[in-house]
Ligand binder design. Structure first.
Ligand code: SF4
Ligand code: SF4
Length: 410
């Protein structure tokens, strides 16, 4: 055990909750999955969601994360110009096993948001089991999977299996599209990826016919190479794919290709505005959660805020890193956030108890630095929960929530 000297890390508590699962080996995981709680009905979902939201709405109090970005693999078929994770992709690492992910999720309890990302999550054969674990241990208000879209058949099968095993699961699946045709392939250095990504979206929209809780979206990264093309791609996707949502992302971090830095803020905002208008008009359904109006409204405000920060404004809310929002990389290391290299350790060294790591002295120290404003950025995941919690923004949120998704019926 690392760093127990002088730390508030409660080894007994962590061991009590997690020890049995920690003993499970990869080989006998079937025993462990048999012990997973059932997916639960509507009442247990509501109870879990309220508990997670209750935790989130306490701004000052240290609490376990409610928003998790879990890198399920670092394997990736692409080599994207805008990738901030490029130094780690395809490196030989010991990826978190199912029992380890189970222990991690058991330590967190109810969550607001869990995002499964990578690498290319479709390369992980056991992804549906990871979804089972997340759903049954954390019951998130929304679970998102970010795919490159490289393996349409695999993606369709994984999503179907996940939804079949977890009735009522609120699942959002995002397929990345940053350009049209060969432009997309060039940005991502993967021949034929555009066609396969589009095929993935089309297959997912068919899955949605059977599982209306599925929200099918496209993520469009606006970076230094595609500013004009990004708008055309967004328009094309809106007109040709039956999407529920579109998520523009403004490039950030230490990109693989230096020319990809400095995305055009105005292009990003234009795509964000199309999306807002479609959410208002009901042409986009947005998320399928019970609180979809609030989440859609949060997304709209978040995009406006990202543009304000990227134009040189200060962060209007305090970043949620080391507070609400946690990142766990494929090898278990826990960075402060996706933008900074420093880690607070590896969750494997803490019995997979991520919440316990939040109480480490170094985590407090780094959190204090964030509260003092030692860094600033527009990473959307770290703005999400503070936006919902900030009373100054409630009027703005309420206005968008009122207009958003009036035609939704889930
Ligand atoms: S941004 Fe591209 S290269 Fe980087 S992990 Fe994602 S899909 Fe792979
Ligand atoms: S403001 Fe940005 S760089 Fe600083 S901790 Fe938050 S996410 Fe990381």
């Amino acid at each position: 055990m690392k760093n127990t000297n002088g730390s508030k890390f409660d080894q007994d508590k962590s061991s009590k909750v997690l020890n049995d699962l920690k003993q499970a080996s990869e080989a006998d995981y079937s025993t462990s999955t048999a012990e997973l709680p059932p997916p639960g009905g509507r009442i247990s979902a509501i109870t879990s969601n309220l508990r997670a939201l209750g935790r989130m709405m306490q701004p000052g109090r240290p609490h376990r994360p409610v928003y998790l970005l879990l890198f399920v693999t670092n394997s990736c078929h692409a080599r994207c110009a805008h990738c901030f994770y490029w130094r780690e992709t395809n490196k030989p690492v010991q990826t978190l096993s199912l029992p380890e992910i189970d222990s991690l999720c058991a330590s967190l309890g109810p969550m607001v948001q869990v995002t499964l990302t990578g690498g290319s999550p479709e390369l992980r054969d056991d992804l549906p089991q990871i979804v089972n674990i997340v759903r049954r241990r954390c019951h998130p208000l929304n679970l998102t999977i970010c795919y490159t879209g490289d393996l349409p058949e695999v993606i369709e099968a994984q999503v179907r299996e996940s939804l079949e095993a977890n009735p009522g699961l609120k699942l959002a699946v995002n397929i990345s599209l940053d350009g049209l045709g060969s432009d997309h392939d060039r940005y991502r250095r993967r021949k034929g990826l555009f066609d396969r990504a589009v095929e993935s979206v089309k297959r997912l929209t068919q899955v949605r016919d059977d599982y209306p809780n599925l929200c099918v979206g496209c993520g469009i990264c606006v970076h230094g190479l595609n500013s004009d093309g990004a708008i055309a791609t967004a328009r094309w996707a809106m007109e040709n794919l039956s999407l529920d949502n579109l998520s523009p992302v403004l490039v950030r971090g230490d990109t693989y290709d230096q020319d990809a830095r400095n995305g055009d803020v105005e292009a990003f905002l234009e795509i964000a505005n199309f999306t807002r208008d479609r959410l208002h008009s009901g042409e986009f359904r947005g998320y399928s959660t019970a609180t979809h109006r609030l989440i859609n409204a949060k997304d709209i405000v978040q995009k406006e805020m990202i543009a304000e920060i990227a134009r040189g404004g200060s962060m209007p809310v305090v970043c949620s890193a080391l507070h609400d929002t946690a990142v766990v990389y494929a090898d278990g290391s826990v960075p402060i956030c996706e933008m900074r290299d420093e880690t607070i350790g590896n969750v494997r060294d803490y019995n997979m108890d991520l919440g316990a790591m939040w109480t480490l002295p170094e985590a407090y120290e780094k959190r204090r630095g964030i509260l003092r404003g030692e860094c600033s950025c527009w990473h959307h995941c770290f703005l999400s929960t503070p936006i919902v919690r900030e009373p100054r923004l409630w009027k703005r949120l309420a206005r968008h929530a009122f207009f958003s998704a009036r035609k939704q019926s889930i």
